[in-house]
Design a protein around this ligand. Structure first.
Ligand code: UD1
Length: 441
């Protein structure tokens, strides 16, 4: 069903409770440090699973019903992007409906993509179902170069003709054809894009060097519920047997392992006792291991995790790696823990080239950190002291919250719209655990 490409009209996008990140108010967080966190929190659904799964709604004209979708700015942005193409969306708490039966446009405009790189996830589904797509190149971002060459390379291997025109990836493909793809590096959204595209391709696609992240597995589970034939998700070799069409399905999004980890680190840094419910402990092995190394007692059941921490954590060293290695999205939060730990921690970032933006802000709180290439050497100090700091990206913001919770006196964190992209009502949930924290409008 070829579509006529016409320019994206952002004025046409009018959705209740949906606003792009750039429309968000410049809220701040004020935190009075020194309280121990105690109590129970319920984990939200995983942002990084909900985003590709929402994009997968483009693969069928039937209704996709999703549960446990977190209420976050990034989800709103994906909703705005899909609605701009004609996808009908509805939301009631954690439940979201999406129906792509009247898509009139196969385009992701720069205005949306620049606020959220994950917008690239519509590229594979659009090419697979409509045979065309026009998706803005994301451009630079705070944590490094982050190109999308692997997405493009893989889609070309599936038979798409792709050109870069005026900052846009413009793709055409009458029908994709299955093939064997070996990605140059492990890429999470790259794997997801290719997996979604392959679902409607003719014949079999094999993705080698695939990302093994739990969010890839969750997407595969949803695609299979929609009638796809995906196997091997969770290993580095994913096999997709293409089908003619997909149908509607109901899917529950898995718990957010990064949100879970962030609450756990916050508890561990300030000597707390916190139990997380609705969690998926099996997705957090590397993180739980580091918390134990930091001196915390960690217990876990099927869907809960409890962490009890001593007064002062032990410093831990770590190296980020693709799953099941230590997640880059938890690196900044563990650095905050090391800032007040006993000893010296060495934190090596191997995934993103510029993901130490939080270091300068942590130093404003009194942290002692030296950078040597891709490694940060953190010498723990007994106390940080509150100050005004600025959030630079999503996980950097989370690390500032952790540091502020243990710092003496008041910390004001500016630009927390970064935090709102990935954490649902962070301040109310921390306050429920006993933190002295408030949002300043
Ligand atoms: C996803 C996550 C993000 C997480 C990251 C790594 C989502 C929406 N976001 O991002 O939270 O931090 O995985 O776990 O799920 N690369 C290329 N070319 C490509 C693709 C990637 O060079 O075509 C490089 C990147 O620059 C980076 C590395 O590969 O150095 C891994 O990036 P990737 O896994 O693709 O990250 P995202 O999928 O964007």
């Amino acid at each position: 069903m070829p579509l006529e490409l016409r320019p994206f009209d952002t004025r046409a996008v009018r959705l209740p409770r949906l606003a792009a990140n750039d429309d968000l108010p410049m809220d701040k967080l004020r935190i009075e440090g020194g309280e121990r966190l105690r109590g129970e929190v319920r984990v939200s659904g995983a942002k990084n699973a909900a985003l590709p799964i929402l994009a997968a709604s483009l693969l069928t004209a039937d209704e996709l019903v999703l549960d446990n979708v977190p209420q976050l700015a990034d989800i709103t942005t994906m909703g705005k992007l899909l609605a701009g193409m004609g996808v009908k969306l509805g939301r009631d708490g954690g439940r979201v409906w999406a129906r792509a039966d009247e898509v009139g446009l196969a385009e992701a405009p720069y205005e949306v993509v620049k606020t959220m790189r994950a917008s690239i996830l519509v590229l594979g589904p659009l090419l697979a179902r409509f045979g065309q797509a026009r998706v803005s190149l994301p451009g630079g971002c705070a944590i490094g170069a982050r190109p999308v060459d692997q997405h493009i390379k893989g889609l070309r291997a599936l038979g798409a003709e792709i050109e870069i025109e005026h900052g846009y990836i413009v793709g055409r493909a009458p029908r994709l054809t299955g093939t064997r793809i070996v990605t140059d590096m492990v890429t999470v959204t790259g794997t997801e894009n290719l997996m979604m595209a392959a679902c409607l391709a003719r014949g079999q696609t094999v993705i080698e060097n695939a990302a093994r992240e739990p969010e890839v597995v969750d997407l595969a589970r949803c695609l299979n519920a929609m009638g796809a034939r995906v196997s091997g998700a969770g290993t580095d070799r994913i096999v997709v047997d293409g089908v003619e069409r997909l149908h509607g399905a109901t899917h529950r999004v898995l718990p957010d392992r990064i949100e879970t980890g962030t609450f756990l680190v916050a508890a561990a840094a300030c000597g707390g006792d916190v139990r997380l419910t609705g969690a998926a402990p099996e997705t957090l092995d590397a993180v739980l291991e580091k918390l134990r190394e930091a001196g915390a007692t960690v217990e876990a059941g099927a869907d809960w995790i409890r962490v009890r921490a001593p007064n002062r954590p032990q410093a831990v060293s770590l190296r980020t790696a693709p799953y099941p290695g230590f997640p880059t999205d938890m690196q900044a939060q563990f650095m905050a823990l090391d800032c007040v730990a006993d000893g010296v921690g060495r934190i090596t970032e191997t995934i993103f080239e510029n993901r130490f933006m939080h270091v300068l802000e942590l130093q404003r709180l009194g942290a002692q950190i030296d950078i040597d290439g891709h490694t940060a050497i953190v010498r723990g100090v007994p106390k940080l002291s509150g100050a005004r700091v600025m959030a630079t990206d999503l996980r950097a913001s989370a690390s500032l919250v952790v540091a502020a919770l243990v710092a003496e006196g008041e910390t004001v964190i500016d630009r927390i719209y970064h935090l709102d992209r990935g954490y649902e009502r962070m301040e109310t949930r921390l306050a429920a655990l006993g933190a002295r924290i408030e949002r300043i409008k």
